[in-house]
Unconditional design. Structure first.
Length: 505
């Protein structure tokens, strides 16, 4: 009995030993699993962190890619880039077809029949070729009539030289020799008349032809060996002659109820200068300055004294002049909204484009009916629609959170910046609809400053600051003359003859 108990005890001890060994094995396995679990957790945390970093890198790359695509796709139709940067690619015409044929429409009288009556007409008659050797030609000639008349206009280029002679006479009363006096404009032994001088100035300014090419044209066409120095003196002298008139133009623009403002960069002797333009429907004033912002605007001398409605783009320095009522160019906004629509495919941009154009069409329709102001109901409706579009745009383009460790504000991006400008300057954007005297865009200023860019493109650049300033003054005068219905040559010749081409009111 005792032996049996001992065997059971030994058996139990062996079992306990086995269990202890199993426990040790399980503890080892559990320890290994715990270690493996910890490693997996660490790896998982590392992967999560890498995933967050990769997501952020992916977001940044997507934004960068979208920005680069938007930059590549920029053209004159969806940004502020000039049409000259579009290259040879055919622009997309976004206007709807009117259905009319090209050229003059039915009922348009044209100007052809008026031209031959300007001067005496020389008549040349052309008989049928079949009648040359016909024996009945004389009989038929008695009954011939004019079947059709076509007019040819040509010019005869000739140089007329006038010898001004100061005659001398012996006076028997005074006992001296008396001599006649030359006209005031005859100051040298050899000089050029006002018509030739006006043509040289017109070619160099309105024609945007360089001085050297002006010399080639005048020498080749007229056989007048006029030097480039003389042409330069003619241009600078004319700029001095119209200086008072240009100042009067500037003062008239300051007094105007509505004026347009813009600025554009120009190359002058290898440096960047800025042409500041202020204009109305009948006046143009351009000033060449070394600065673009407020300093250049103050030096131009219009904005600091202007207190009417100023139409301009949404560039910050304009808003530093608080005396004027600001109106913003919607053509700029339409181009930017088109860029958002084309490059980022955001529907709100199309809605805003549609709204602005609908407001423009509604205003034009009311004006055709003789209505000078929109009703408050219509203004409130468009205002509410405007706000709804802005809210939808802001929801789609939230302000990004600031990245930890980085200084400054988080970049909002071009789309969000556009939305914020449309929201901040809502009154200035919609002023064209709440005040019918305000235009929809700033195209007047852009048209008036175009000649500056054409001159630079043709001639390359201005050699001196004074030459650039002279051109700005001359084009201020010529552009104003055009608006008064006077062509450039006649406007220049009138001044050279000691008169005024137009009056400034």
């Amino acid at each position: 009995m005792f032996a049996k108990k001992q065997n059971e005890i030994r058996s139990l001890q062996e079992r306990v030993k086995e269990l202890e060994e199993q426990i040790i094995q399980w503890e080892t396995i559990i320890s290994e699993l715990t270690l493996a679990h910890q490693q997996i957790q660490e790896e998982n945390a590392q992967l999560r962190e890498e995933n967050v970093q990769l997501r952020e890198e992916n977001r940044l790359l997507r934004e960068e890619n979208a920005g680069l695509k938007a930059q590549i796709n920029q053209n004159s139709q969806n940004s502020s880039k000039p049409p000259s940067t579009d290259g040879c690619k055919k622009p997309v015409v976004k206007r709807e077809s009117s259905g009319k044929k090209q050229g003059g429409q039915k009922g348009h009288t044209g100007h052809g029949p008026v031209l031959p009556m300007m001067k005496e007409v020389t008549i040349e008659q052309h008989t049928p070729a079949d009648c040359t050797n016909c024996p009945n030609a004389k009989i038929c000639m008695e009954k011939e009539r004019v079947g059709e008349t076509r007019y040819e206009q040509d010019i005869i280029v000739e140089v007329r030289t006038t010898a001004h002679q100061a005659m001398e006479r012996e006076c028997p009363i005074q006992g001296v020799t008396l001599r006649g006096t030359f006209p005031k404009n005859i100051s040298g032994r050899n000089q050029y008349g006002p018509n030739l001088e006006a043509l040289a100035i017109a070619l160099n300014t309105a024609g945007t032809v360089s001085i050297s090419r002006t010399h080639e044209i005048l020498s080749g066409v007229f056989g007048v060996n006029i030097s480039v120095g003389t042409i330069a003196s003619m241009v600078s002298g004319f700029a001095k002659m119209i200086k008072v008139t240009v100042e009067e133009i500037k003062e008239a623009i300051i007094r105007a109820a509505l004026s347009y403002f813009d600025e554009t960069g120009m190359r002058v002797n290898g440096a960047l200068r800025w042409a500041h333009i202020a204009c109305t429907a009948m006046l143009t004033y351009i000033s060449m300055q070394s600065k673009r912002g407020r300093e250049g605007m103050e030096a131009a001398g219009v904005l600091p004294y202007f207190s009417g409605i100023g139409m301009h783009d949404c560039w910050g320095p304009y808003f530093s002049f608080e005396a004027l009522i600001h109106a913003l160019c919607n053509a700029h906004f339409l181009r930017e909204l088109t860029g958002v629509l084309e490059n980022f495919k955001q529907e709100w941009a199309l809605q805003m484009i549609t709204l602005l154009l609908e407001m423009k069409a509604a205003k034009e329709m009311l004006q055709t009916q003789g209505i000078t102001q929109a009703s408050q109901v219509l203004i409130d409706f468009y205002s509410a629609t405007y706000d709804q579009i802005i809210d939808a745009a802001k929801a789609l383009n939230p302000i990004p959170e600031k990245e930890p460790g980085k200084r400054g504000k988080a970049k909002r991006g071009k789309v969000r910046c556009l939305i914020d400008r449309l929201e901040t300057y809502k009154g200035e954007v919609c002023l064209f609809f709440t005040d019918f005297t305000v235009p929809f865009d700033n195209n007047q200023a852009e048209r008036d400053q175009r000649m500056e860019k054409v001159k630079q493109k043709v001639s390359g650049c201005f050699r001196t600051d004074q030459g650039a300033a002279d051109f700005a003054d001359i084009w201020s005068y010529l552009s104003t003359a055009r608006k008064h219905g006077i062509n450039c040559f006649r406007a220049i010749a009138t001044v050279l003859n000691g008169s005024h081409a137009f009056s400034i009111r």
